[in-house]
Design a protein around this ligand. Structure first.
Ligand code: XCC
Ligand code: SF4
Length: 644
């Protein structure tokens, strides 16, 4: 049994877990205690795709067998893995579809709450899509939106965004036959191929696993990110606050939780409305405070500096403070247990997506046509609920965070005013000041000492001069430990510290939500294009990690990184270990195909060591294992280069 102090280092969470148990409120931290894991389920060898079974099978030892149909453990594990990738891709992509449809409604004049906030990015995107402008901005926007919408339903040919990848990478994908044809088609085909009696060759199944994952990273997720930037603004460095201490005792607190920023962005705008503020004052509150949970929080933090109440594991704990007057949730990572927790306090829980309801929970349905009306209604409900508060206990923890590192802002920051570009980043990688780059992303998981794996890994990495890019709940956990501020460069190795100090950036860069992992693909591509570090993504000293993952979406992300040539490490459990045959394909065999591979390492220190080993191996292959020069490129030297 886990004691509270073993659950997490997060003091605010511990305080609320203790309060919940005093209040008699059951949370995930109670439910996870003593919960037995079924080894077949966790190892990926439980098959229930038909009801001759379900069959759970073992590869070795006494009782080694196959399913009733004869399916081997490797086939069963690969089918389960493939289905999870498909589900993750579906989640990111269905989110993207919603953004595209809203964008079109806006252009049709049917969604007045939205506007184009980044016209420059729109033109750049049009160029990527091969759409030329005749000067009519609205026509250009419409053609961009139509071309993106078509990506979902295309049957033949190739998605457009994979053509952004380095040429060599595209050749590899074409040779493997894994360039996605249409986003929906790849998800459907994966479901088909993993149903009873279809594709029963794990390697062949995983080719589809690659294709569907690419339809996420270089498809749905990238569409979501690009279009959200155009609608809500491309992130640039911004300061914010994180952890439960961002809730305000004397304000109406509205927590926005889930993934799609469409409604939360309007709620943020409406919360400044004078009439609503007056209403808040009339019930005794000083104002209206919006705070986020999960990736919605990241979307709002990156663009508007809106405070983050916490990661996925703090959704129930936010309510336990007694200070949340309304929590609005849409899709993904929203725990059904919230309903019961909300019932123990005064919090009004509201579902808003037409796709997602929770039994017994108020539903106020969001449609982009009426965004302001819905936002107003939700704020009013929150205000009216404020006087019903009982005892309030808000933890003090409220930590500074710097966020907003899109690939555009990284280029700008590192490039300096005179030379926006990836040149200085590449130079610093080549000269060894930055040893390599690690993407530390993904969920948080109550099965492990939550948050601790992220921060232990990240501390080790930056101490070894590895620049860390982070997103999702990993970013929130790192922010809570103060790793996302420029001062954190004190914890970095001397080379990385020099670079961070020179440009005033943190050693750990918050790149956004989980769909924003697509930003990392674009950034990595820019690094290749800049030159000096090989000609393919697989050449780069770059590794991905999700030490506390839990969601199917994380598997989709991992798989698109692996398919893009990047090694990816997961912690907690690896969901194929019941089949050694299939696991060794993911851990080794796959690298002959894509140049990337999976690895499993539950210990964050050992994970850091493996990341550094991979990075050093890539540096050796590039011939840059020795640092070439140890002088920092200051402004003066940059100017000299510029003037020749
Ligand atoms: Fe969900 Fe996106 Fe995972 Fe956090 S990191 S637990 S998916 S909220 Ni995306
Ligand atoms: Fe069992 Fe085969 Fe049916 Fe799976 S598909 S449940 S292994 S009989």
């Amino acid at each position: 049994m886990k004691r509270d102090h073993q659950l997490t280092d997060c003091q605010a969470s511990r305080q609320m877990i203790a309060k919940a148990s005093r209040d008699g409120t059951v949370t995930m931290f109670d439910r996870v205690r003593g919960r037995k894991v079924c080894s077949f389920g966790s190892g990926g060898t439980c098959c229930r795709v038909c009801f001759m079974g379900p069959c759970h099978v073992k590869e070795e030892g006494p009782g080694a067998d196959t399913g009733i149909c004869g399916a081997t453990p490797a086939t069963i594990a690969a089918r389960n893995f493939g289905r999870m990738i498909a589900a993750g891709t579906a989640a990111h992509s269905d989110h993207a579809r919603e953004i595209v449809l809203t964008f079109l409604k806006m252009l049709n004049g049917e969604a007045a709450s939205y506007t184009i906030r980044d016209p420059v990015k729109l033109r750049e995107l049009a160029e990527v899509l091969g759409i030329s402008s005749n000067g009519d901005a609205k026509e250009l926007a419409r053609r961009v939106a139509e071309s993106l919408l078509a990506e979902f339903g295309k049957q033949e040919g190739e998605l457009i965004f994979p053509s952004r990848a380095p040429a060599k990478r595209q050749e590899i994908w074409r040779r493997l036959g894994v360039v996605p044809r249409g986003i929906d088609r790849e998800v459907v085909e994966m479901l088909h191929r993993t149903s009873v009696g279809v594709d029963q060759d794990f390697e062949h199944l995983m080719l589809q696993g690659m294709r569907v994952a690419l339809a996420d990273g270089w498809g749905g997720s990238m569409i979501a990110t690009e279009l959200q930037d155009i609608l809500f603004g491309t992130p640039y460095p911004v300061l914010g606050k994180v952890n439960l201490g961002v809730l305000r005792e004397d304000h109406v607190n509205i927590v926005v939780h889930g993934h799609e920023p469409l409604l939360p962005m309007v709620v943020v705008d409406m919360a400044r409305d004078e009439e609503l503020l007056a209403r808040a004052r009339s019930v005794g509150a000083k104002g209206i405070n919006i705070a986020g949970i999960c990736c919605t929080a990241n979307e709002l933090l990156l663009r508007n500096g809106i405070p983050v109440a916490g990661s996925i594991l703090q959704q129930e704990l936010a309510i336990v403070t007694g200070a949340v007057d309304l929590m609005m949730v849409d899709v993904q990572c929203v725990m059904q247990g919230l309903a019961n927790v909300a019932a123990c306090y005064h919090t009004e829980l509201v579902t808003t997506s037409p796709r997602a309801r929770i039994q017994g929970v108020t539903h106020v349905e969001f449609h982009p046509e009426h965004a302001e009306k819905t936002a107003r209604e939700l704020i009013l409900r929150a205000v009216d609920n404020y006087p019903r508060r009982g005892v309030v206990e808000i933890p003090h923890e409220e930590i500074d965070v710097m966020a907003g590192f899109s690939h555009e802002s990284i280029r700008y920051m590192l490039g300096g005013r005179f030379r926006a570009g990836y040149g200085p980043l590449n130079e610093n990688i080549i000269n060894g000041r930055i040893r390599g780059i690690a993407a530390v992303v993904g969920c948080s998981n109550p099965r492990v000492r939550y948050g601790d794996l992220h921060t232990t890994l990240v501390r080790e990495l930056i101490a070894n001069n590895v620049l860390v890019l982070t997103s999702g709940c990993a970013a929130i956990n790192c922010a809570k430990e103060g790793l996302l501020v420029p001062e954190a460069s004190d914890l970095a190795g001397s080379g990385l510290r020099e670079v961070c100090e020179a440009v005033g950036m943190p050693p750990v860069l918050h790149c956004g939500s989980c769909v924003d992992n697509s930003r990392l693909l674009v950034a990595a591509t820019e690094i290749v294009r800049q030159g000096g570090l090989g000609d393919d993504l697989a050449d780069l000293p770059v590794v991905g990690c999700a030490p506390e993952w839990m969601s199917e979406k994380a598997l989709a992300i991992g798989q698109y990184f692996v398919t893009s040539g990047v090694p990816v490490g997961f912690g907690v459990v690896f969901p194929t270990l019941g089949s050694e045959e299939f696991s060794s394909f993911l851990f080794e065999g796959i690298s002959a195909l894509t140049g990337g591979k999976w690895f499993f390492e539950p210990d964050p220190r050992l994970m850091a060591r493996r990341v550094v080993e991979y990075i050093d191996a890539k540096r050796r292959a590039l011939g840059i294992e020795q640092a070439r020069e140890r002088v920092l490129f200051d402004m003066e030297m940059r100017r000299q280069i510029a003037t020749g």
